[in-house]
Design a protein around this ligand. Structure first.
Ligand SMILES: CC(C)[C@H](C(=O)O)[C@@H](O)C(=O)O
Ligand code: SF4
Length: 466
C-alpha cells in the first residue's frame, strides 16, 4: 500500500460512512462556537426538539461582536443580544461556555489551542472560516456553515468531500524580522488567492519545523485566504510540548499514550501529494498588501503595480478598481503610503509572540502624531501574559491603546472600525472592501511591520528601524 499523507491519516481515522455519492460522513471530535454564526443552528435544534449529541465536546465563546473598550458598559444592542443568546443556548443545551468576563475568553481560534481543546489527530469544526488555524496542530479542522453546525451539534458528524492534497515545501531559513505572516502573504501573492482551492495544504520543510506554534497557526490561519479550507503542519516535539498540561489536553499516562499516537500522524516518506509547490525563503522581504485581496501583496521595497501591466483584461479591471478604492497611484513606492490607523491583533496575529514582536519595535518610540494605534490581544490569557511581561506598558508609553481581547478591528462587527477613507496597517487576514468598516482601506502585514508603520506614520521596512 502506498504511503499516506497526514491528511489521509486524519481523514481515514474519522470516516463513519461512505455516502456513495463521492462524499463521506466524518466523525467530529470537537466543535467550537462563537456568537455571530451559531444562533440559527440552535434554532434548528429547538425546532426539531433535538438535544446536543455530546455537549461536553463543544466549547462556546463570544469574540466577534464584543467591545474591546469598556467591555460590559459598552456591550449594547445587537452585540449584547448575540452574547446573551450564546450564553443562553450554551446553558439550554448543556455546552461548556466561556463567558465574556471569564479569564479564558478570547477569539475562538486563539482560545481553542490555548485551552488544549485543539489537539493533534482530532477533527475539529467551527462555524468560522479561519478554523484552518487549528491545522497547525496536525488536526483536521474545517470551517462550516450554520446548517452544518446544527448537524454537528445534533449528530457529532458532518458530510465532507475529500480534498486533494498539496505539499507546500518551504526551503531555506526565514531572515530576521521576516515571519509566518510574510510567508503567507508571499505565497498568496505569488501563486494567487485560489492556489489552494480544492486542496488540503500541508506546509513542510525546515523553516516550518523551526517555527513556533504561534507562527504555524498564523500560516494555517491564512490558508483559507489561499482558497484551501484545510492548512496543516505535522505534529512534532514543538507541538507536544505546547499542548502538554493544557486544561482540555489528556493528562499523565493518557498524554504519553496520545503522543505515541500523534507520532504516527506525519506523512509517510513514500506518501504522494496531488500537487507540490516549493519556495525558498532565504531572501524573503517583509510583505504588505496594496489592494483589496490578500493576493495583492508585494515586498515592502516594491511599488504599487500599474494595472495596465496586468496580464489579462479581468486582472487589469480588478487592479484599477483596487487602486481606486485604496486611493493609490500606480508606481508609487509602498513606503510612501501614509497611514491613519494601526490594528495589531486578530486570530492571525494576536498571540503573545506577535505582541512581543510588535513591542520590540514600539519600545522607546512614539506612535506618529497623526496615527491612532490599537493593540488588541487575541485572548484574555494573552492579555494577562503580556501585562505580566510589561508589554502593555511599552505599548501605552509609546502611545498605543491597550484593549480587551476579541476580534475587534479585524471585522466591522463591533465598534472598532475605520471611517470611510481611513487607511490602516493591520495584522489581520482580510483586506476586502469594507472589511474594517465601510470605505476603510486595509494594508495587511506582520505585527513588527504594523508597529513600524505606527511609529513612522507610513508603510516602512521594519528592518530599517531595528
Ligand atoms: C463572522 C464569521 C462567520 C467570519 C468567518 O467565517 O470567518 C469572520 O470570522 C471572518 O473572519 O470573516
Ligand atoms: S479575528 Fe477576524 S478573522 Fe479571526 S475569527 Fe475574528 S473576525 Fe474572523
Amino acid at each position: 500500500m502506498a504511503g499516506r499523507t497526514l491528511y489521509d491519516k486524519l481523514w481515514d481515522a474519522h470516516v463513519v460512512a461512505d455516502m456513495g455519492d463521492g462524499s463521506t460522513l466524518l466523525y467530529v471530535d470537537r466543535h467550537l462556537l462563537q456568537e455571530v454564526s451559531t444562533h440559527q443552528s440552535f434554532l434548528a435544534l429547538r425546532d426539531r426538539d433535538r438535544p446536543a449529541r455530546r455537549p461536553g465536546v463543544n466549547l462556546a465563546v463570544p469574540d466577534h461582536a464584543v467591545p474591546s473598550d469598556g467591555r460590559s458598559e459598552a456591550l449594547t444592542g445587537l452585540a449584547a443580544a448575540q452574547v446573551a443568546r450564546l450564553a443562553e443556548n450554551a446553558r439550554d443545551f448543556g455546552l461548556p461556555h466561556i463567558a465574556l468576563d471569564d479569564p479564558r475568553q478570547g477569539i475562538v481560534h486563539v482560545i481553542g489551542p490555548e485551552q488544549g481543546f485543539t489537539l493533534p489527530g482530532i477533527t475539529l469544526a467551527c462555524g468560522d472560516s479561519h478554523t484552518s488555524t487549528h491545522g497547525a496542530f496536525g488536526a483536521l479542522a474545517f470551517g462550516i456553515g450554520a446548517s452544518d453546525c446544527a448537524t454537528v451539534l445534533a449528530t457529532q458528524c458532518i458530510v465532507q468531500t475529500r480534498a486533494k492534497t498539496m505539499e507546500v515545501r518551504i526551503e531555506g531559513d526565514l531572515p530576521a524580522w521576516v515571519g509566518a505572516k510574510d510567508l503567507a502573504l508571499y505565497l498568496i501573492g505569488r501563486f494567487g488567492a485560489g492556489f489552494g482551492t480544492g486542496y488540503a495544504v500541508e506546509y513542510r520543510g525546515e523553516a516550518v519545523s523551526a517555527m513556533s506554534m504561534a507562527a504555524r497557526m498564523t500560516l494555517c490561519n491564512m490558508t483559507i485566504e489561499a482558497g484551501a479550507r484545510i492548512g496543516l503542519v505535522a505534529p512534532d516535539a514543538t507541538t507536544f510540548a505546547w499542548v502538554e498540561g493544557r486544561p482540555y489536553a489528556p493528562q499523565g499516562d493518557a498524554f504519553a499514550a496520545a503522543v505515541d499516537y500523534w507520532r504516527t500522524l506525519p506523512s509517510d516518506a513514500d506518501a504522494v501529494y496531488d500537487a507540490t509547490l516549493t519556495v525558498d525563503v532565504s531572501n524573503l522581504s517583509p510583505q504588505v498588501t496594496w489592494g483589496t485581496n490578500p493576493q495583492d501583496a508585494a515586498a515592502i521595497g516594491g511599488r504599487v503595480p500599474d494595472p495596465e501591466a496586468a496580464p489579462t483584461d479581468a486582472a487589469k479591471a480588478q487592479q484599477r478598481r483596487a487602486l481606486d478604492y485604496m486611493g493609490l497611484t500606480a508606481g508609487a513606492a509602498l513606503t510612501d503610503i501614509a497611514i491613519d490607523r494601526v490594528f495589531i491583533g486578530s486570530c492571525t496575529n494576536g498571540r503573545i509572540e506577535d505582541l512581543r514582536e510588535a513591542a520590540k519595535v514600539a519600545a522607546g518610540r512614539r506612535v506618529a502624531s497623526n496615527v491612532r494605534a490599537l493593540v488588541v490581544p487575541g485572548s484574555t490569557p494573552v492579555k494577562h501574559q503580556a501585562e505580566a511581561e510589561g508589554l502593555d506598558r511599552i505599548f501605552r508609553d509609546a502611545g498605543f491603546e491597550w484593549r480587551e481581547a476579541g476580534c475587534s478591528m479585524c471585522v466591522a462587527m463591533n465598534e472598532d472600525r475605520l471611517t470611510p477613507g481611513e487607511r490602516c496597517a493591520a495584522t489581520s487576514n482580510r483586506n476586502f472592501e469594507g472589511r474594517q468598516g465601510r470605505g476603510g482601506r486595509t494594508h495587511l502585514m506582520s505585527p513588527a511591520m504594523a508597529a513600524a508603520a505606527a511609529v513612522t506614520g507610513h508603510l516602512v521596512d521594519v528592518r530599517d528601524l531595528v
